[in-house]
Design a protein around this ligand. Sequence first.
Ligand code: 2NE
Length: 274
Amino acid sequence: LDWQPRAASKAYSDIRYDFAEGIARIVINRPERRNAFRPETVAQLIDATHQAQFDPEVGVIVLCGAGHEAFCSGGDQTVRGDDGGYHDEAGMPHLNVLDLQMQIRRCPKPVVAMVAGYAIGGGHVLHLVCDLTIAADNARFGQTGPRVGSFDAGLGAGLMARTIGMKRAKEIWLLCRQYDAAAALAMGLVNIVVPLPEVEEETVRWCRDMLRLSPMALRMIKAGFNADTDGLAGIQELAGNATGLFYMTEEGQEGRNAWLEKRPPDFSKYRRRP
Ligand code: 2NE
């Protein structure tokens, strides 16, 4: 694809944000650290995801890492402080990747992780929270938290268990082993594995398939998949979509119009459906 940098990309130091044919591509661009994220990286990922969500030209978002060595190796351990998070340049501690995880889940557009190389630690959780994962055959997956003094007991544990089953999820966290792409596919941790040179082409093929489908149906089904795991916040997401749809009906508009026209609403012509 002929990826073109989006205007917002100029302001980013740690990521790239490109667009082509209805697809936004967000690239974690710290290959010298295996695409580990620092707070600034995550802030930029949050910003780019927001841009993509609100860009009417974008139908699908792809998240990937620069180069073929890594998708993402998690939090940058060189800026991990002793005071509860990863330090930004001003010395403020953050765990803002947790906000990014929820943003990806709440984003009404499908988010696809394209994984070449390592998806490790918080980087592994990032691919997990994406809706789909297209893996290159050099991909390697795993958690390291208990080895490096960290853990993600939220989506990192619970969503993983819902994705691949409790025993496997516990194995991944309790042993901190690495798994190759074939093992990840067998576990249901990824959707497909393709040779590394084909990973982008395959990802684009999946995106194009989704771009041909109903945006509203994709939006609703994504919210539905996430609703129970995200609890009341997940139901809120689904419910917000229902409200949005209701606003598009004459019945919903009658309530607003009546209020604006200072008259009682007349809902008599709207069927009570079985
Ligand atoms: C990713 C992995 C397995 C790659 O191994 P390899 O052998 O291919 O590369 P190497 O030599 O380890 O790494 C290349 C360069 O990248 C840096 C390394 O320090 C090295 O730099 P130099 O020594 O050449 O200068 N690098 C790699 N990962 C980094 C990281 N996460 N932070 C800072 N620098 C990093 C191997 O590198 C690896 O195991 N990396 C560490 C993975 C890890 O433990 N991540 C943190 C997990 S905790 C987390 O992400 C987290 C959480 O649990 C909860 C909330 C938020 C975050």
